[in-house]
Design a protein around this ligand. Sequence first.
Ligand code: SAM
Length: 224
Amino acid sequence: MEREAERQAMIIEQLERRNVRDARVLKAMAAVPRHRFVPSALNQQAYADNALPIAEQQTISQPFMVAFMAEALMLRGNERVLEVGTGSGYAAAVLSLLAAEVWTIERFRSLAEAAAARLRAEGYTNIHVGIGDGTAGWPEHAPYDAITVAAAGPRVPQSLVAQLAPGGRLVIPIGSRDEQQLVRVVRTPSGFEQETLGPVRFVPLVGEEAWAEDDPPQNESSGA
Ligand code: SAM
């Protein structure tokens, strides 16, 4: 398949070297043609070790961050997954190879429509793209076995926690506008367990249960 050597190098140098170990995640990262999800002017940089700008001043996340978050969701193949922050659709494509069905929601109509068209053209049939404020989740299709949020908020949105199935995992960057920690919340029989997975840097999560639209913009994101 096109640009396979670049994807293999990405897997060895960016993912395995940083301890991404889940064989299913590595296989999915090898299968998704990232170069078809980046703006054409940045095509040559598609497999670089960083986030890249897309439209609406947003980003396609760094490959390592996509793989690290997917691994943190502990997917086995039969899950219903919600992604908040569709962006280019790249992470949704990776997740669709790791789970049964993916719902992904994006606040910018232009990004959501472009991602939906791209995913259709690439032949993904188990991804549903929605437009709206993902801090409210996507209640019509809840509960989810896994929820991943590709933008950073000041706190864990309670609507997302409420849409987790028993045993469900939510992975979300939480912190200030400039730096955050990746947090995993697991729904256990007795309540919720929360752990911190490490420092990250994402574009802001803008919505009812996150930052307001008119909060001052942050610096350019490096990680996501
Ligand atoms: N997963 C994307 C990819 O693979 O290209 C990267 C997403 S980018 C780092 C974060 C995205 O979250 C942006 O497209 C942004 O518009 C979106 N976003 C921010 N707040 C949101 C919200 N409340 N609901 C839905 N999308 C949101």
